[in-house]
Design a protein around this ligand. Structure first.
Ligand SMILES: *Cc1c(COP(=O)(O)O)cnc(C)c1O
Length: 372
């Protein structure tokens, strides 16, 4: 007989990550080099060369525990953003900050408000703490902050605003945010997930609410534009009275020293970020223009991925796998007719499009044009 686990844990459907290159290579008998992975919004240029150098140096110090207070990296983040070190908390990926928020603020029966097609991890974490997720419809696949405000009850503890959101690629602007912040009640923590912030041309400023000592946590990550997803390092920015609470919930060495060193060097490598953003802008425009030419509906994106309607998302996902291209099926987001493709190098983008066009010729995308 097994010990009895919490019902909310038993009922949890675990997060389904993008398929790793090595796994598909094994299954298909392909070389990893023959596979194009456009499934997890990773940086196709790889890590910053400066980050790599810093990490190589730190490898030699692997026998030491990391700096648990992460003094150098937190200082550098604070300095870059005009905040104080006390405002910065590191996570084992920014996803870990979501877990800290659960430890700090969620009890069974509490409510967490998200958009209808929000990043899946918010509701998974809420469920782990026995809290209930209230999903607010997002017309045009964009967060409706007025409706999310209306959804707040006395039991609401957290509202998640992913800006831009994954998997939709849409963002909300400064006016809608300011209107929301003017009215949101004080018993709620507003969490701005800015994993793709550095890809934006007209990024709204929410750090002003950290400086104003409001009940906000802003999350950012080194996994996306910095190309350091493998290291698992991200951060939260919050008023000191909130980050001090979150600090209590983390394990002493949650951000390892190699990650801290890579992140610190990557943070300062403006050139690598500039190159990545330029490549992303070019690739996203290229993909979206091709979808238009193919008669496929897509959600215009401001991030490094695009949600495109292909008919039977699972079938197209599997057919692309057979052709050595990994994208993301969207069934778990209740978007059965869609796939999400990350922007790669131009060579990868063309490769993906060639395969997608071949599927269209083969009739596998035939549902798409009629699907709407
Ligand atoms: C990729 C992503 C993150 C980053 O997660 P890490 O744990 O930092 O790798 C956070 N939020 C959203 C919406 C994302 O898409």
């Amino acid at each position: 007989m097994s010990p009895v686990a919490h019902s909310h844990v038993l009922n949890l459907v675990a997060y389904e990550p993008g398929k790793p290159v090595e796994e598909l290579a094994r299954e298909m008998g392909l070389e990893p080099g023959q596979i194009v992975k456009l499934a997890s919004n990773e940086n196709p240029l790889g890590p910053s060369p400066k980050a790599l150098e810093a990490m190589r140096h730190t490898l030699e110090r692997s026998h030491f525990y990391p700096d648990g207070g992460a003094w150098a990296l937190r200082n550098a983040i604070a300095e870059k953003l005009g905040l104080a070190r006390d405002n910065v908390i590191l996570g084992n990926g920014s996803n870990e900050i979501i877990e800290f928020l659960g430890h700090a603020y969620l009890s069974p029966g509490d409510e967490v408000v998200t958009a209808g097609h929000a990043f899946a991890v918010y509701s998974l974490m809420a469920q782990l703490f026995g809290a209930k997720t209230i999903e607010v419809p997002d017309p045009g696949y964009t967060h409706d902050l007025d409706a999310m405000l209306e959804a707040i009850t006395p039991r609401t503890r957290q509202v998640f605003i992913a800006n831009p959101n994954n998997p939709t690629g849409t963002m909300v602007g400064q006016k809608a945010i300011d209107r929301f912040m003017a009215k949101v009640p004080d018993h709620v923590v507003v969490v701005f997930d800015e994993a793709y912030h550095e890809f934006l041309d007209n990024a709204p400023d929410v750090l002003r609410y950290v400086r104003q000592d409001r009940n906000v946590v802003v999350m950012r990550t080194f996994s996306k534009i910095q190309g350091l997803a493998n290291l698992r390092i991200g951060y939260g920015l919050a008023p000191a009275r909130i980050s001090a609470i979150l600090q209590k919930t983390r394990q002493p060495f949650n951000a390892n020293g190699i990650a801290q060193a890579g992140a610190l060097a990557g943070l300062l490598d403006e050139e690598h970020m500039r190159l990545t953003k330029a490549l992303t802008d070019e690739g996203r425009a290229f993909l979206q223009a091709a979808f238009t030419a193919m008669g496929l509906e897509f959600v215009p994106s401001v991030a490094n991925f695009v949600l495109v309607r292909v008919g039977d998302g699972d079938a197209v996902f599997k057919a692309l796998l057979k052709r050595g291209v990994i994208v993301r099926a969207m069934r778990s987001y209740k978007l059965h007719e869609w796939i999400r493709v990350s922007v790669g190098t131009m060579v990868q983008n063309r490769h993906f499009l060639n395969e997608l066009q071949a599927l269209q010729k083969g009739g596998i995308l035939s549902g798409a044009a009629h699907a709407r």
